[in-house]
Design a protein around this ligand. Structure first.
Ligand code: ZN
Length: 387
């Protein structure tokens, strides 16, 4: 019998995942801290935000902390605020649906249950796209906890959502932002003007302003493109105009739902072209930088081993139990556990797990986000108080 050879080091990522700071300085904590700053009882002010009668939160989709710090010339106003600002962590996955849900509820993903861009509907052999929703899924049953807008209104604080009309009455809005009065604002000028107008309507008010086009520009052209940089200049002007329009005593906070990285064509593995990534897989959820992999019954262990073998050092690949135990989603309510993939995979660098046949549009994007790297996770918290 041959003696056993030396153990071969597994091909694993060399860095550790940048786990969200749930309960301390994540987007969920920002949401509850905003309510606390407005005097809403029972809300934790873990970010120690100053008391205010009126608060405007500008959410710039895709404006990662690292990206902002890399572009001082394109965003002079925001960069000046960033000198006294700080990074927060988004939440996993670092994707719009999940983190707008954290901002809308003040809860980590494991408690609001919007656990990714596409997640399995437990008991049904299909995925729910959280951005486009699905008439067969009741948004209130999917996310039954009270939103921050409902909690604000119950405490006498007027609550508004100022955003493009496209997002009005979507399933995601009802699930995570119901209780807010929706104000249509389809242009930069309308965002600033309407936010200022609604804040003046009440003595105590919260307005969440959302701008989505910086992220869209980054997806198509990349976040290192001229197009992205030029768009950032417009976002900078929006923030400056909002500050100028705020009523006295109001506070403006600027944040984002996630960052972004550009993924070169050679740094992508195509799950639709590698049979080992599809064997035993019932549903492939998530998105290229945050995968929920749902196994056929009995195959979870084999799927985990295969994904680890194929992805090696390029991704953190864990079982559902490991993802929960390590705190990827924050504390997870029992009834929400089946929405998490049997295997969860997050690229450890500028890498992506695309699916060219099942997801041709998403697989062709240049800029992507979702993972647990600082580029995905860190978002700004910038503050301005009007006197
Ligand atoms: Zn995006």
């Amino acid at each position: 019998m041959a003696p056993e050879g030396p153990a071969v080091a597994a091909d694993l990522p060399t860095s550790l995942p940048a786990l969200p700071a749930y309960g301390e300085s994540s987007l969920a904590d920002l949401a509850s801290s905003l309510l606390a700053s407005l005097g809403v009882a029972g809300e934790a002010n873990s970010l120690r935000l100053a008391d205010a009668d009126r608060v405007c939160l500008l959410v710039v989709d895709g404006l990662g902390w690292e990206l902002l710090r890399e572009h001082p010339a394109a965003a002079p106003f925001l960069s000046e605020l960033a000198v006294s600002g700080r990074p927060l962590t988004a939440g996993f996955p670092a994707t719009t649906a999940t983190n707008m849900a954290s901002l809308g509820t003040g809860l980590p993903p494991g408690q609001h249950g919007v656990l990714g861009y596409r997640v399995a509907v437990p008991g049904e052999a299909r995925l729910l796209n959280a951005m486009h929703w699905d008439a067969g899924v009741d948004p209130v049953a999917w996310q039954p906890r009270p939103t921050i807008f409902e909690r604000a209104a119950a405490a006498g604080v007027a609550a508004y959502r100022v955003s493009h009309a496209w997002f009005r009455k979507t399933g995601l809005f009802i699930a995570t932002m119901r209780g807010a009065e929706y104000v249509n604002a389809n242009t930069f000028g309308a965002l600033a003007g309407e936010a200022a107008a609604v804040l003046r309507r009440s003595d105590r008010a919260l307005a969440m302003v959302y701008h989505g086009e910086l992220d869209a520009t980054g997806h198509v052209f990349g976040c290192s493109s001229d197009a992205w940089r030029y768009h950032l200049g417009h976002v900078d002007k929006l923030a400056e105009q909002l500050v100028g329009a705020l009523p006295p005593g109001a506070a403006l906070y600027v944040t984002a739902d996630h960052g972004m990285v550009d993924v070169p064509p050679q740094d992508r593995v195509d799950a639709d072209a590698v049979p080992a990534l599809r064997d035993g897989v019932a549903l492939l959820g998530g998105e290229p930088r945050a995968r929920h992999v749902y196994a056929v019954p009995g195959a979870a262990g084999d799927v985990l081993a295969a994904w680890r073998a194929v992805l090696g050092h390029r991704a953190w690949v864990v079982s559902r139990d490991e993802a929960i135990a390590e705190g990827w989603f924050g504390p997870v309510d029992d009834w929400l556990v089946p929405r998490i993939g049997d295997v969860v995979a997050a690229p450890a660098g500028p890498f992506a797990i695309v699916a060219s046949e099942a997801e041709p549009k998403e697989s062709a994007l240049i800029g992507m986000h979702g993972s647990l790297t600082p580029a995905d996770q860190l978002v700004p918290l910038l503050t301005f108080s009007a006197i």
